[in-house]
Write a protein that binds this ligand. Structure first.
Ligand code: ZN
Length: 401
């Protein structure tokens, strides 16, 4: 059984947006009955509807950093996804009394301060939800804890976890820590930006291939139930022996996959160890020096014309990347594919995006459409190929016009 990983780009503009064609940052990742968001800019819930993304399985939101263009859609999203009951404080108090620590419907992970942001916004806007949420904070050394005492929490809030950085500088396997990994392994590392910013590395384990039809036929001949094949999944090294001595073997494995989704950064080397060999790297590319009129940012003037170096330097000073920075990082981790996002609003033509892709490939030293500039509504499917194939297959579905 193949378990494809699907990414839907909901917003690909930098903080200068939203623009006519791009919303600010958010993307959805889904795989087998679970969906999560990485970042949640204002308007994300509308984007989910626009691109017909079903929120039924959405149970996790990862926030990369607390800049407004990555987080201001979070409370409206909770208000929409967790709506359904017009709760009064009295009803909510009764609900909580019956369920003192209910499993949250949505788990949110992000930097210190996120808990207060969500709590305060819900309280000041008098928003009551039809279900519960928890905020788990990724704490850097010296950062203060935000209380999760019953008196301090919002009525819909369940106590979140305070996740300390490990000795190796990473936050490893954060979903397992929260008790809900469901086959997803998520590790986190800090990357350089103007504020604390994180890269989330999602690893999906290998999955068993579909059973060959001959397995089912053999069972039928011996009047055995097909559910017997479940034994092979539990114990892959123990074949099932049939009464005639025939042995049914495990069907083999489809490759797992690994995806790195980074927040805003001028230097992602903080997650290099975690992201090594990723099948897909999602890296920001806010700025670029392009050989087209009025497409150079940060600001340049006639007196001081921009160059590749000056644009890279100014971009880095603002905590952002240019195509060569993204390409060099992809090379340093031996990524298989790269998707760029978080573009300045001055890049709006297809020719701009083609040139950004070309510059990134040049810096990476790999060619053959291995770099793609994301568009709002673009879907990527990572297909779990068989173990002996070289790369995980990536299908790119352009948004419908
Ligand atoms: Zn941003």
């Amino acid at each position: 059984m193949r378990k494809d990983v699907e990414l839907t780009f909901l917003g690909t503009s930098s903080g200068g947006g939203p623009s006519r064609t791009r919303n600010c940052s958010s993307l959805a990742v889904s795989r087998e009955g679970r969906a999560c968001l990485v970042d949640c800019a204002e308007g994300t819930f509308r984007q989910l509807q626009l691109f017909s993304f079903k929120t039924k399985n959405l149970d996790t939101v990862f926030i990369t950093h607390l800049h407004a263009d990555h987080v201001l859609g979070l409370v409206p999203l909770l208000g929409s996804v967790l709506s359904g009951v017009a709760n009064t404080p009295v009803l909510l108090a009764r609900f909580k009394a019956r369920n003192p620590s209910p499993k949250p419907s949505i788990n949110i992970y992000g930097p210190s301060g996120l808990r207060s942001l969500v709590r305060t916004t819900l309280s000041l806007t008098s928003t009551q939800l039809g279900a519960t949420y928890a905020v788990h904070e990724l704490l850097l050394p010296g950062e203060a804890l935000t209380s999760c005492s019953v008196d301090d929490m919002h009525l819909n809030e369940v106590a979140g976890r305070d996740l300390a950085q490990g000795d190796d500088g990473f936050w490893r396997d954060i979903l397992r820590e929260a008790g809900s990994s469901n086959g997803w392994v998520v590790d986190v590392g800090e990357i350089a930006h103007r504020v604390s910013s994180f890269g989330y590395i999602l690893t999906f384990p290998p999955t068993p291939r579909t059973f060959p039809p001959s397995h089912l036929e053999s069972l039928k001949i011996h009047n055995l139930h097909p559910s017997l094949l479940g034994k092979l999944l539990k114990s892959p090294h123990e074949p099932i022996e049939l009464p005639n001595g025939e042995k049914l073997e495990h069907p083999g494995w489809n490759k797992g996959s690994k995806v790195a989704i980074l927040g805003d950064t001028s230097d992602a080397s903080g997650v290099r160890e975690l992201a090594r060999g990723v099948d897909l790297l999602v890296h920001e590319c806010t700025n670029a020096h392009l050989p087209f009129p009025s497409t150079t940012t940060p600001s340049s003037s006639k007196k001081d014309p921009a160059t590749f170096e000056s644009v890279r330097e100014k971009s880095a000073a603002r905590g952002h990347s240019t195509p060569d920075v993204a390409g060099a990082f992809a090379r340093s981790i031996d990524a298989k594919r790269v998707v760029l996002n978080h573009f300045s609003t001055i890049f709006h033509l297809d020719s701009h995006m083609l040139e950004i892709e070309r510059q990134t490939e040049e810096a990476w030293g790999r060619t053959g459409r291995r770099v793609v500039c994301a568009k709002d509504g673009m879907r990527l499917v990572l297909r779990g190929v068989e173990d002996d194939e070289e790369d995980v297959a990536l299908d790119v579905h352009e948004p419908s016009p």
